[in-house]
Write a protein that binds this ligand. Structure first.
Ligand code: ADP
Length: 439
């Protein structure tokens, strides 16, 4: 039998017992019903007193001992005491867990901010307070974009692609950088992770400056060497024995000049991570110019076609767009045999503007495609050296496209050819402006 049912049976027996005793004692005085009523009344009074004691205990149960009782009251009190003990145990465990959680998040070297579905701050750890300058009293409930107002973070939120962190430059302390990433969880909530990357960014700046300075310093000696080699090559009195080595030296000097030029261009592109501004560019005009350059090469693919399916202008920085497109066309020309062909295609649709360079050249094995835009990455280093490539062309293309919010798509089949497509977002396309610019 369960304790409550047992207690109820016991209580009923006790009431009946009290009534019977009252009845018997009343019978001795010839008032059996009076005796029973008196006994039951006394029992009721005792029960009320117990109720009062239990209520008092419930109100002071954290400090007071439970009242001593047997029977139904004893059972009720022990049930309540057991529930109370269990609740206290769970509460203590929860508090302990919370304390552990607080201690571990406080010890985290990264800032953590919990945001609700409206991106309002719900909670943050000590590091987040330090890195983002947050204060518990005023900043809880405030939208994160109102506190982290840097344009890089605004663009990151706008884009909505949180797979990678964004580096944000902060004004205070001066020259400090934060890496910030949003991680979605639960029902629309987000976790904002922040880390101080100022040291890495400073090292990166040192590396960039070193490459830029070294390239810059190499430029003048190279110009002198190339100049003398050219004069020597044109000297009619030159011993024919030297003709081949001098031609080779000129080729290598040209390669070095190309590498230095591309390194300088990359450093210039890397100097700022701001989006490139720009003016409307006549893509068709640029394509005609690039076609002429290919046909002016001593060896070039037989056919260079232009396909212009849009009269839209592209909004961008002319020198950068020119350099990116020229690199793609230059590669197509370099890696396509003379009996092959190249096609440049410009079109626009609701997704934006697209510029593609296709060739019927040697193609690229699929395993190389993901690494192609890395600096100095070459599929076939020997061949690239012969063609005079710096290995930096596609790295420049990638940087330029990044600065224009565009993406590079590469498709290639070995032995059949390759297609490099630049996809520009709609805000970079001005419909009907291309013809006006060229006219
Ligand atoms: P490079 O100056 O060596 O051409 P890039 O960065 O422009 O350097 O290109 C990297 C590598 O990608 C090249 O070395 C070449 O192997 C490969 N590549 C680029 N474009 C093409 C193409 N159109 N066809 C075949 N291979 C290409």
């Amino acid at each position: 039998m369960r304790p409550a049912t047992q207690a109820l049976g016991y209580a009923a027996t006790r009431v009946a017992g009290v009534a019977l005793v009252g009845l018997l004692l009343g019978a001795l005085l010839r008032r059996p019903w009076g005796g029973a009523a008196l006994a039951l009344g006394a029992y009721l009074l005792w029960s009320l007193a117990m109720l009062y004691r239990v209520e008092w205990w419930l109100q002071h149960r954290s400090v007071a001992e439970p009242p001593e009782a047997r029977g139904v009251w004893g059972t009720v009190i022990s049930l309540i005491a057991r529930l109370h003990r269990r609740k206290r145990f769970h509460k203590e465990r929860f508090v302990q867990l919370m304390r552990q959680l607080q201690l571990s998040t406080a010890a985290l070297p990264n800032g953590v901010v919990i945001l609700n579905a409206q991106r309002e701050i719900v909670w943050f750890n000590r590091m987040a307070a330090r890195l983002l300058g947050l204060r518990h009293a005023v900043d809880v409930g405030v939208r994160i974009e109102n506190l982290l107002r840097e344009p890089q973070f605004g663009r990151y939120l706008e884009k909505g692609d949180y797979a990678n962190p964004v580096v944000v430059r902060r004004s205070s302390p001066p020259d400090s950088y934060l890496s910030v990433q949003l991680v979605a969880y639960g029902d629309g909530q987000q976790l904002l992770l922040a880390a101080d990357v100022s040291r890495q960014m400073r090292l990166e700046a040192v590396r960039r400056d070193f490459v830029a300075n070294a390239s810059h310093e190499l430029r003048s000696p190279l110009t002198v060497i190339s100049g003398y080699l050219e004069t020597l090559a044109q000297d009619p009195g030159l011993d024919p024995e030297f003709a081949t080595p001098i031609a080779e030296m000129r080729r290598q000097a040209e390669r070095m000049t190309a590498i230095v030029r591309d390194l300088l261009e990359l450093s210039r592109l890397e100097e700022t991570d701001e989006r490139a501004g720009g003016e409307p560019l006549d893509v068709a005009g640029l394509m005609a110019l690039l076609r002429r350059d290919v046909l002016a090469r001593p060896v070039h693919p037989r056919e260079v076609r232009l396909r212009i399916d849009s009269d839209a202008a592209l909004v961008g920085k002319e020198s950068e767009i020119h350099s990116a497109f020229a690199n793609l066309v230059d590669n197509a020309a370099k890696y396509t045999p003379p009996d092959g062909s190249i096609e440049m295609h410009w079109w626009s649709d609701f997704e934006g503007g697209h510029f593609a360079v296709s060739d019927t050249g040697i193609g690229i094995p699929a395993e190389h495609l993901p690494r192609l835009t890395e600096r100095f990455y070459r599929v076939d280093p020997g061949r690239s050296r012969v063609t005079g490539g710096s290995g930096l062309g596609l790295a420049i293309v990638k940087h330029v496209l990044q600065r224009h919010g565009a993406e590079l798509e590469i498709a290639s089949t070995v032995g059949k050819g390759s297609t490099f497509t630049c996809h520009f977002p709609p805000e970079r396309v001005l419909a009907g402006q291309g013809e006006r610019l060229s006219g």
